[in-house]
Design a protein around this ligand. Structure first.
Ligand code: GLY
Length: 353
């Protein structure tokens, strides 16, 4: 097992290994020594595979373990389910010294993290991600949220977990398309800051070395989050491919998965970047090639005019400015502030218009 320290205002460790879910109880004992109870929040897909192992481990460590299962899927990240989780914690008499365990993918992690951030004004949370996307991105860095009908992740808090336990063995039961979604985020880290990682991914495709790749992605995220915990500067680079990607995802009414949309978003930004002389041609071609090797899409049959309204609604917009993250080369990206009009011009170039 390896550990990577996340140096935020409240530092914590990400533990990465195979078969380490059974150590969950010991982790809680060590990181939250006063806890008497642990409330596991998971989803109906993950529970059948991993809930019992988690509960057994917590019980073996002398903790009272209770669990709440959300219906699997993004539609659970709403106020009604959030309220149900809070009521469950209250009914189970979870106290300030106890812990919430988020066991699952991004939905369980975001929702349980937000419940932990707000229940009794904040109790300890441990993230146990079971999807590739959650391991390399959403479980690390303290972003927690639920959705509104007006958009995804519009209500939330920065709330760092006490620990993150990544058992890569849990990826064995992940459906292939969900694994591929996470691959888009993994490729993103290569483009952002690691030519070596990018080369390894291009060479091995989906057969990449899981432990070392997840470690490298978490290391990259750790550096970024330590420098900019509240997302006011360098953390925005983690948004590579997301501005146009979110537009594509929302325009498709979420028919297109998040990973597919991010892949299209990254392809669009390197196409536009190369048109405007920022992205090198070789970088553009290598990004497109890598996405294709992973079976990820690099375009959608949409006009810029259809996507533009969704870009305007981008939740990361600050006033009338949007930050576009543009690769110059593999491992070297810049934050480019753009007016709404400029973003529209980039969108057109990204659509090949
Ligand atoms: N998912 C991007 C971030 O954590 O900032």
């Amino acid at each position: 097992m390896s550990t990577i320290r996340i140096d935020t205002t409240t530092p914590y460790e990400v533990m990465i290994g195979s078969g380490i879910l059974k150590d969950l109880g010991e982790v809680i004992r060590r990181e939250i020594p006063k806890a008497e109870s642990a409330a596991v929040v998971t989803d109906t897909n993950v529970s059948g595979y991993y809930l019992q192992t988690a509960l057994d481990s917590l019980n073996a460590a002398g903790l009272r373990a209770v669990s709440f299962e959300l219906p699997a899927g993004e539609q659970s990240k709403n106020f009604a389910v959030y309220e149900e989780v809070l009521s469950f914690l209250a009914q189970e008499k979870i106290t300030r010294s106890d812990a919430v365990i988020a066991l699952g993918g991004g939905v369980a992690g975001d929702l349980a993290g937000f419940a932990a951030a707000t229940y009794l004004r904040g109790i300890a949370c441990v993230q146990v991600p079971t999807s590739l996307l959650a391991m390399v991105d959403s479980s690390v860095g303290g972003k927690t949220a639920i959705d509104l009908p007006e958009g995804k992740n519009l209500v939330g808090a920065f709330y760092q977990p006490r620990a993150v336990l990544c058992d890569v063995k849990t990826l064995d039961t992940l459906p292939e398309d969900v694994f591929r979604d996470g691959c888009a985020e993994v490729i993103k880290y290569g483009i952002l800051s690691s030519p070596e990682l990018f080369m390894h991914l291009t060479k091995n495709g989906r057969g990449f070395d899981r432990i070392s790749v997840i470690e490298e992605c978490v290391r990259i995220k750790a550096d970024v989050v330590a420098e900019d915990e509240r997302d006011n500067g360098v953390r925005q680079t983690l948004n590579l491919g997301h501005t146009f990607g979110h537009a594509v995802e929302a325009e498709s009414d979420y028919e297109l998965s998040h990973g597919q949309a991010v892949a299209v978003g990254m392809a669009m930004i390197v196409r536009a970047g190369s048109r405007f002389g920022i992205t090198g041609e070789s970088c553009r071609d290598r990004v497109l090639e890598c996405l294709k090797i992973f079976g990820l899409p690099v375009s959608v049959d949409k006009q810029a005019s259809e996507l533009l309204p969704y870009v305007m609604k981008d939740k990361k917009r600050r006033g009338s400015q949007i930050s576009l993250i543009v690769p110059k080369d593999i491992g070297d990206c810049v934050i480019m502030p753009a007016s709404l009009e400029e973003a529209g011009v980039w969108l057109k170039a990204g659509c090949g218009e």
